[in-house]
Design a protein around this ligand. Structure first.
Ligand SMILES: [Zn+2]
Length: 336
């Protein structure tokens, strides 16, 4: 199977490998479960991907300025929230040294995962066997926030004013080209007509930490992520592995996809009351399958890439065909 080159590998390949027997899936999953449980305990319903006020900056590598991807975004958001880091700049110990900076003595690193090509071991996870031939194994690595180092003075770019960010979101959504019908009592993506239904913009309310416009667009970006999974687009399916929880997994992908998009576009991303019902299913899946959040985050990253591509490069049919290659298995994506 030939895939787009940009899908062929996750970034962070430059990170330094550590103990290969350490269960990186289990460790990162446990942190994410704990974060979701904390949101239940304090009755906010916040998961690690919910941060108000457009402050959920996408983590970026300080040496390459490349954004971290997939589950690493979640892992670093959790660490940043837990330790109060305001900056999105991260790098490994050696990468900070290469910039002339030094991690302070006693600072503890944050775990990320990267995928190492393996010639001898079979990949245990079909979700990371992107080409069908190349094999990758997950390895843990450690990165440090800029708040943990001395000797690095570069300021990260400041967010534009909110009205400019809203203009950008509006342009992004418009450029993707999805059919969006307003006037519905609830937001959803209807596969049968390949259209998103949304309540009218003016029906959205502001909260303490989000404007009404931000709430409208974060919901729309969630539905747009569902839209990306249609059979003639990414043909997102979850199959037998997740059984009855496949529907909840699609919701988790949409939650993460919206979070990645909101973060990249600089708008607030709040918990949706009408999706709180899925939290129990997510916890159940995550507790029983240490690779589930990796799969969901990988699919959400794919949706993010797809939508970003459509919004910015709509006139390149070859690349589009590459991404839209249809799979033989039947679609199971329904209305969400
Ligand atoms: Zn949904």
């Amino acid at each position: 199977m030939v895939r787009c080159p940009r899908h062929a590998q996750e970034q962070n390949m430059s990170a330094v490998s550590s103990n290969s027997t350490f269960n990186v899936y289990q460790s990162i999953t446990q942190k994410i479960i704990a974060s979701i449980e904390a949101g239940l305990a304090d009755r906010t319903g916040r998961a690690p991907w919910h941060v108000p006020g457009g402050t959920n900056l996408s983590p970026v590598n300080a040496t390459t300025h490349a954004p971290y991807r997939g589950v690493n975004i979640l892992a670093l958001w959790i660490e940043a929230q837990a330790r109060g880091y305001a900056s999105a700049y991260w790098a490994s110990y050696r990468q900070w040294q290469s910039l002339g900076a030094q991690v302070r003595k006693g600072e503890r690193g944050s775990m990320i995962v990267f995928y190492k090509r393996s010639e001898t071991r079979a990949c245990e996870d079909e979700d990371h066997d992107w080409t069908g031939k190349l094999r990758f194994v997950a390895r843990a690595s450690s990165v440090f926030n800029v708040a943990q180092v001395d000797g690095f003075a570069e300021d990260q770019p400041k967010l534009p004013e909110l009205f400019q960010r809203i203009e950008e979101v509006e342009a992004f959504v418009g450029a993707v080209g999805a059919v969006v019908k307003h006037g519905s009592s609830a937001a959803c993506y209807r596969l049968a007509v390949d259209a998103i239904e949304m309540p009218n913009r003016e029906w959205f309310l502001a909260s303490d930490t989000s404007t009404a416009e931000e709430n409208y667009y974060s919901v729309l970006l969630h539905e747009l992520t569902h839209w990306s999974g249609a059979p003639h687009r990414l043909n997102r399916t979850f199959g037998r592995r997740f059984g009855d929880n496949a529907y909840a997994m699609e919701e988790l992908v949409a939650e993460l996809g919206a979070a990645f998009l909101c973060s990249a576009l600089g708008i607030s991303n709040e918990p949706r009351e009408d999706h709180a019902v899925y939290i129990g299913s997510w916890l159940k899946v995550l507790r029983s399958d240490a690779k589930a959040i990796f799969t969901a985050a990988s699919k959400a990253q794919e949706a993010f890439d797809e939508l970003a591509y459509l919004a910015t490069r709509p006139d390149e049919p070859a690349l589009r065909d590459c991404m839209y290659q249809k799979r033989a298995d039947a679609n199971t994506v329904g209305d969400h």
